[in-house]
Design a protein around this ligand. Structure first.
Ligand SMILES: Nc1nc2c(ncn2[C@@H]2O[C@H](COP(=O)(O)OP(=O)(O)OP(=O)(O)O)[C@@H](O)[C@H]2O)c(=O)[nH]1
Ligand SMILES: [Mg+2]
Length: 246
């Protein structure tokens, strides 16, 4: 897919580029963008929306009149979180002035925008990948069901056996990557859905980039529906089988 249809000021010049993947986040996106814009960071935002039927993209387009550093890329259908993040990486790299750091975060308020500067600070120190961690000392989760907790711990356990990165949280989506790392690995990213989170750690370790964590508390979404479905679980299992055999 070409990126000619990215909407907004492609001349934007910021130190930190923030990718917000969205599918049906109309109840969250407006306030979230406002809060990110108010952080004390030199940043730009790129929303990757999969033509959400709830009109998420329209809210973003309206916000672009207020924020010159807000970009949007609207894809024709729901292509999955992994490809949304990978497209976000490619778009930031293709700008005239790429940012030095690229952040990914969920757009449903599970990740607190106030945690972003700490994650960026950690990535600057290590020059690789910094992860907002629920499972290291000081991290936590609010309002998850027992089933959701167990699923997450099992996914983490499997990931830690396969990827051995000396961290506690392999599947957290609040991250900051150095652009140097993104450039080095982007051609090797082929994840369709949530397995992107593990694959990026694997690719960073393979290239001997620093991978570190900072504690954060994850809060279950209050508005909108979860997109974690049997398709995501199926993709995760086939990913595990693939990398075990590679
Ligand atoms: N563009 C795009 N965004 C997606 C897709 N799937 C999920 N997202 C977004 O990715 C982020 C994480 O997805 P969530 O549905 O919150 O996944 P989760 O955190 O595991 O599940 P809940 O918090 O329980 O909803 C959210 O901002 C979603 O809107 C997708 O296929 N395309
Ligand atoms: Mg969520």
């Amino acid at each position: 897919m070409g990126f000619r249809s990215v909407e907004g000021n492609l001349e934007v010049d910021s130190e930190v580029g923030i990718i917000l993947p969205t599918y049906c986040e109309v109840g969250n996106i407006g306030k979230l963008v406002d809060e990110i814009e108010n952080l004390d960071l030199n940043l730009s935002i790129l929303v990757i929306d999969d033509s959400s039927p709830d009109g998420t993209a329209e809210v973003v387009r309206a916000l672009q009149k207020k924020y010159g550093n807000l970009l949007a890329f609207v894809r024709p259908e729901k292509f999955g979180l992994g490809t949304a993040i990978t497209d976000g990486f490619k778009i930031f790299l293709s700008l005239k002035n790429p940012p030095q750091y690229i952040v990914t975060m969920d757009a449903d308020y599970s990740h607190n925008p106030k945690d972003v500067p700490r994650v960026v600070g950690a990535a600057k120190k290590g020059k690789g990948l910094a992860i907002g961690s629920r499972y290291c000392r000081g991290g936590g989760i609010e309002n998850w069901s027992l089933l959701r907790l167990v699923t997450s711990h099992v996914a983490n356990l499997i990931a830690s056996l396969l990827v051995k990165a000396k961290i506690h949280d392999y599947t957290s989506g609040l991250r900051c990557y150095s652009t140097k790392l993104v450039k080095a690995m982007v051609a090797d990213l082929h994840s369709q859905t949530y397995e992107i989170q593990i694959e990026t750690i694997r690719q960073a370790r393979k290239r001997r980039f620093d991978v570190r964590e900072v504690p954060m508390t994850f809060v279950n979404r209050k508005k909108g529906k979860s997109k974690l479905s049997s398709n995501e679980i199926k993709e995760f299992i086939s990913y595990i089988i693939r990398i075990r055999n590679s």
